[in-house]
Design a protein around this ligand. Sequence first.
Ligand SMILES: C[S@@+](CC[C@H](N)C(=O)[O-])C[C@H]1O[C@@H](n2cnc3c(N)ncnc32)[C@H](O)[C@@H]1O
Length: 346
Amino acid sequence: MTTKNMEIDYNGLMLISEGHAAFQVLWAAVELGVFEALSEHPGMTRAEIAERLTLQEQPTRILMVALAALGLVRKEGDNFFNAALTEEYLIGDKPGSLAPVLGWQHYIVYPGLIDFVEAMKEGTNVGLKHFPGEGDRLYQRLVSHPKIEKVFQDAMSALSQQANTQLVESLDLAGVTHLMDVGGGDATNAIRFARKFPHLKVTVFDSPSICRIAQENIAKQGMEDRVDTVPGDLFTTQYPADIDAIIYCHMFTIWSPEENQRILQKTCEALPKGGMAIIFNMMGNDDDTGPISTALGSLYFLTIATGKGMLYSWRDYEEWMRTAGFSGVKRIEGLPMEHGVFIGIK
Ligand SMILES: C[S@@+](CC[C@H](N)C(=O)[O-])C[C@H]1O[C@@H](n2cnc3c(N)ncnc32)[C@H](O)[C@@H]1O
């Protein structure tokens, strides 16, 4: 996967240099319910929008001019309409809405990225200082910030829900008997896999506290006979012996290339001959030119989340898998939101 190198035009330059303002326009429209209002009543005038959202005239004008300039709404005469993509992705409760992801951008990424230059110079996540607390990673700090932790969980589940449904559809696990989902979180994926492949046993491997959440979820869905949990640390705990496929979903962006290489080495050693390793993630282009969502998404991992990870390219994963000893490494492209899958056989 590559993109042609493209050079910026003047509008593009304005959009980047005032990107902070553009994001606040988008966030304000989501937070104040402008898109919902226009979805329910297409064609409202500015005065009608102001009245419905109990806003003053001048601030409403500023917001609506900016929304029209950015193409998020369309203005026909005095009437406003949501753009097609706005209707598809930015209406709060609609399935597939990206509105929760914008909450994460607003409360976590936006304040933290002010320190990107410092993070570049020091090579670590100095933006974490905006979230005081214990630990050197965002995930540990969020415990002290319940409101922001909720924003984070809502965003992750909105992102995962869309992409993960497609993951289950794209994989053929007919030849696998026991799959382990490392960092499997609340077992949503594990349960989906077990439902799709009735012969399959699935184990969620995650930290003890997350395994407890997964167990509750498994019990609620009545899947205890086929889905279980193994608590542990993926760097230090030995993997169980009877597993013939290991999957990592949204995991490798957290760590450095060296750590990812170590994980894949351990994975290869734990699997029997013919066993399968599966990686599911957002993927950057082979030639490091984009796409925009992964290129810009990496800043969060360096500056705020862990200080080590990034959204790696297809080629990185391919090289790590081959070096770890997997053969027949295969890509599945074209999943939503720049996601892709790698499958390697031991
Ligand atoms: C970004 S979430 C991914 C969750 C899920 N796989 C998904 O795609 O929705 C990362 C998961 O990795 C787990 N995790 C992080 N570090 C870990 C470690 N050292 N050992 C085991 N699990 C870990 C976290 O508890 C969390 O559930």
